[in-house]
Design a protein around this ligand. Structure first.
Ligand code: AP5
Ligand code: MG
Length: 217
């Protein structure tokens, strides 16, 4: 399966796509994680992307398209992949259709208020990238990663002003993709407001049903 999860910042894309990729035995590709690693490692890409990320703006399409084209052509993507955070603009979606068209795009529907509340309390493990929330998805030991046992951190772009800017950018540049994929019959819709385990259960059911449907086509 070649899937993408589409939704506003804080809708749970990272939380769910990591689990779904594990369950389906396919690769999880987060463009946000790729960029954050590049920033941390101070690579040429990282230096270019840093300002865009921290001001809540999108990294230019040509840069993102180059990254994803290269990543999905790798051997581990042969069985399928789940894109998290890509495509994010119409030009990115159009480009993807010219190389590897997606089988399905799952739209995570959740209110802006919920996204702001989730993001301004989110914690992440700077080492392995696992995502936590003190109220909705707490770690086993407060402030420590379950896997790495190291201290959790706050993402630089989770400041309330940056979160609001990211939501504005989402509404302007990314939300139009809902209709783009609806019009080509590839949009799956999920209510992403219930607790994480409940969303995951529905997500798995939905993807499996979609896969069975695609196999029949
Ligand atoms: P990216 O890293 O993709 O950020 P985003 O889209 O803003 O989304 P987030 O990662 O903030 O949220 P999420 O939906 O993954 O939610 P999460 O699971 O963490 O991109 C960052 C930046 O990189 C962009 O702003 C841009 O600059 C650049 N970029 C990346 N891709 C790009 C592209 N294609 N083109 C151009 N630029 C690009 O969950 C959030 C919180 O909620 C957590 O605390 C979690 O525990 C909690 N939570 C999750 N699910 C639930 C639930 N069901 N109920 C309650 N709480 C929940
Ligand atoms: Mg994410």
């Amino acid at each position: 399966m070649k899937l993408s999860i589409l939704g506003p910042p804080g809708s749970g894309k990272g939380t769910q796509s990591t689990r779904l990729a594990d369950r389906l035995g396919i690769v999880h590709i987060s463009t946000g994680d790729i960029l954050r690693t590049a920033v941390k490692d101070k690579t040429v890409l990282g230096k270019k992307a840093h300002e865009f990320i921290n001001s809540g703006q999108l990294v230019p399409d040509d840069v993102m398209i180059g990254i994803v084209k290269e990543r999905i052509s790798e051997k581990d993507c042969k069985k399928g992949f789940i894109l998290d955070g890509f495509p994010r603009t119409i030009p990115q979606a159009e480009m993807l259709d010219t190389i590897i068209p997606l089988d399905g795009v799952i739209f995570f529907d959740v209110s802006e208020e919920a996204c702001v509340a989730r993001l301004t309390t989110r914690k992440i493990c700077p080492k392995c990238g696992l995502i936590y929330n003190p109220t909705t998805h707490p770690p086993l030991v407060a402030g420590k990663c379950d896997k790495c046992k190291g201290p959790l951190a706050t993402r630089d772009d989770d400041k309330v002003e940056t979160v609001k800017e990211r939501l504005k950018v989402y509404n302007k540049s990314t939300e139009p993709l809902v209709n783009f994929y609806k019009n080509s019959g590839r949009l799956l819709h999920i209510d992403a407001s219930p607790p994480p385990d409940e969303v995951f259960e529905k997500l798995v059911e939905m993807v499996q049903a979609h896969e069975r449907g695609s196999a029949r086509d």
